[in-house]
Ligand binder design. Sequence first.
Ligand SMILES: Cc1cc2nc3c(=O)[nH]c(=O)nc-3n(C[C@H](O)[C@H](O)[C@H](O)COP(=O)(O)O)c2cc1C
Length: 266
Amino acid sequence: MSKILVAYFSATGTTADAAKRLADAVKGDLFEIRPAVLYTAADLDWTDKHSRSTLEMKDPASRPEVSSHVDNMDQYDTVFVGFPIWWYVAPTIINTFLDEYDFSGKTVIPFATSGGSGMGKTLEEKSLGCIHKGGHSPINAVYDYAKQVESKQDLVIMDTPGNDPSSVAAMVAGGAQVVVFSSGRGTPTGNPIAPVIKLTGNKLTFAKMEDNIDFDASPLIYGTKTLEELGGDLLHIVVETACGKQTKAESLGFTEMAIARVCNYV
Ligand SMILES: Cc1cc2nc3c(=O)[nH]c(=O)nc-3n(C[C@H](O)[C@H](O)[C@H](O)COP(=O)(O)O)c2cc1C
């Protein structure tokens, strides 16, 4: 049976309450990500340009020290990570926590409390999803944007922006002849050079965009198909596409393209 950890950081108790209720509901172990130096009310004053929280949140390299450590992270298959939203994202102490452990092969699920903002802006949230989507294979190389990828290396990754058309353009420039693009909220992305097969694990997104998304992976989440079955179905689509069958984006004529010029975060 899978073992669950509910890890959280909370400065004023709101996320702590949510985490306790979550841990009860999922029968998980509760773990507080405790700062080595606790945050005072003055530290949390977001109207003060020089308060500790403002300075930390302005500095992406900030990694506030923690005084608590998970004894044996290996025993957990699923890790919930809770935090208050600060300046629309996760506090940088969450990065301290994420940097400390190896999450490969684990399901990592973020949750947050806030005054009203959603988590949509958290790069951390996206990154946790990427760790999970990366699967279990070793990463054999990391390529710079649009660099030529050598063949027969199994899993490699490319440093691209999250932005759909500019990440696809880079992979095609690197030599990809068929692109398989996963999306939670849906995307119209196509490419003028290589076919883009789009898939989603979100049943609602597929229902809304069926005319534009090639593959519904949600049966895995709902337990009606296995990973092996869906993997076989997807491979079939990849082979058909490589043999000339049009993707949804191709049949709609969607071939927008963008090249990243500034940096990988915009
Ligand atoms: C420094 C700081 C920045 C914040 N930034 C946001 C924000 O961008 N959006 C928002 O909705 N709430 C923001 N809040 C409010 C907290 O997210 C909210 O009160 C949260 O539930 C507090 O959780 P906690 O009690 O577990 O620390 C901020 C709070 C602080 C202290």
